[in-house]
Design a protein around this ligand. Sequence first.
Ligand SMILES: N[C@@H](CCC(=O)N[C@@H](CS)C(=O)NCC(=O)O)C(=O)O
Length: 203
Amino acid sequence: MVERKLYYTHNINPRVAVAVARHLESPVEFIRYSPMGEDREAFLPLNPNSLAPLLVEDDRPLWEADAIALRLSQMAGGDFWPDDHAVEMMQWVSWSAHHFTVAGAGLVWHNHTAVSWMGSPDPAVVAGIAEDFHRFASILDATLAGRQWLVGNRLTYADFRVASALPYAERGQIPLEGYSNIVEWHDRLNAIDAWREPFAGLD
Ligand SMILES: N[C@@H](CCC(=O)N[C@@H](CS)C(=O)NCC(=O)O)C(=O)O
């Protein structure tokens, strides 16, 4: 039997991978680790990026949250990464990685994560990232007008991926005010246990 381990931390990208695995009830063991800290040396051969998440199937490592999500979706065999909408899926996964989540995660980084060692963020830097966020949030909000989910009228990984930074919105001071379609869409995601509490019962 194949042994599958999903290594995670509590940050944005591993959170998505854990949420996918729990939503799909993937047959993986969840292991919290510290890829940039005490576990770095031991895990370099498995993930030279020293980042989470990391899926290891027997001795085969797979890194990048999106690749892990695709692998778990294929294993599950359902519609979470639908083949008949592969192009749209790629559009939203790419848009998240290069635009929307870059801005959201940037705000989380400057307004929350880095504050403990870098102090208060430079207001000009935060304002620049917020401007990017508004640019892309307007597009997402308009897209979500009159529809429940991003691709194919059903929940898919595109929704999980594009929403990656939103669970950190309060901590990161992500300016969601005025984007009612995004807020309602994220409320729908939060009705899913695996999205709302991916780490429930885990370390
Ligand atoms: N492109 C990578 C990014 C991975 C990444 O940046 N991981 C961060 C968390 S969001 C990390 O491992 N940081 C160190 C930590 O969480 O301890 C992916 O999508 O998986």
